[in-house]
Design a protein around this ligand. Structure first.
Ligand code: BJW
Ligand code: ZN
Length: 251
């Protein structure tokens, strides 16, 4: 990691009035959860269009549920890593001037202690009724082929698949957080999926905090991403190491 970039990042953090963080799969990699685009376009052995599109679900709902049951079981077995823990400590420090926007569905940010989490792509831990739209927490004794307790309709995972709209209220809150902040941390995302990736240029062109016109952006990733050309500071290494180092440098 470049030391002068690290020093710049510490200075930006010290002067930040409102921090928003955008996270992706890379932040959970060190907990043992695989990222999406690491290998050959297959997710746990499945083609993306089979398991992460509404068309795939209509073709074979049981295959899709089995995929998400396995993902949920895996997520339940792993622990938040030092990167998650450092982000929870940053929220403690900045309190209500801190927003965590995540593309992840694993719930690890909440388990680490983050309170204000905007889940753009849904959650492994909730189901949604395909008939009445009811969203419910998934209980421990969830059946392999679940149906709605309210209307008997088929349930689906409460996940945002390709071609689907993001939950409107969550995305509005995320846009607000991107506009409100004067510092955005972009952690462990390839920044290729929209509209999530569009929050980075939004932050860069508007800020209401600190009387500045645009937020600064710090990227933390093991390698440069699609966002790298547009960030102010790039810290390249594992987020489970860099985030705790940043936190330690602040104290
Ligand atoms: C580390 C690390 C370590 C590793 N430390 N770093 C504009 C242009 C082009 C296309 C579109 C567009 N707008 C919309 C689209 C279409 C599409 C899209 O964006 N496609 C692109 C791929 C081109 N978007 C959509 O379909 C969205 N919906 C939408 O736009 O609706 C509007 C609409 C609807 C209907 C009609 C008309 C309009 C919905 C997108 C939903 C995405 N959902 C997924 C799947 C969820 C299912 C599941 O989880 O099972 O969400 S896709 C997948 O990608 C998942 C992730 O949240 C998301 C982002 O991936 P992420 O997190 O960045 O992971 P990776 O693997 O890509 O990257 C990991 C990174 O970590 C890497 O950079 C590593 O280097 C790094 N890393 N280890 C730090 N230790
Ligand atoms: Zn229902």
């Amino acid at each position: 990691m470049d030391l002068s970039q690290f020093q710049q990042a510490v200075e930006l953090l010290r002067s930040a009035q409102h921090i928003s963080v955008l996270t992706g799969a890379g932040v959970s990699a060190e907990s043992g959860i695989p990222t999406f685009r690491a290998s050959d376009g297959l997710w746990e052995g499945h083609a993306i269009e089979e398991v992460a599109t509404p068309q795939g679900y209509r073709r074979n709902p049981q295959l899709v549920w089995d995929f998400y049951h396995a993902r949920r079981e895996k997520a339940a077995q792993v622990q938040p890593n030092p990167g998650h823990v450092a982000l929870a400590a940053l929220e403690q420090h900045w309190a209500d001037r801190f927003d965590l926007i995540t593309q992840n569905v694993d719930g690890l940010h909440q388990r680490a202690g983050n309170l204000r989490v905007h889940e753009l792509h849904g959650s492994l831990w909730r189901s949604r009724c395909t008939e009445c739209g009811d969203i419910a927490a998934i209980p421990a004794d969830f059946p392999r082929t679940p149906t709605c307790k309210l209307c008997g309709g088929a349930l689906r995972p409460d996940i945002v698949w390709f071609g689907e709209m993001l939950p409107g209220d969550v995305f509005r809150d995320a846009e607000f957080a991107a506009v409100e902040c004067d510092l955005m941390l972009v952690v462990g995302t390839s920044a290729v999926v929209y509209p999530a990736a569009g929050l980075i240029p939004l932050a860069k062109t508007s800020s209401r905090a600190n009387n500045v016109v645009a937020a600064h952006v710090i990227e933390i990733n093991i390698t440069p991403s699609s966002a790298s050309d547009h960030v102010d500071v790039g810290l390249y290494g594992p987020s489970g190491e860099i985030l705790p180092q940043l936190l330690a440098a602040l104290n």
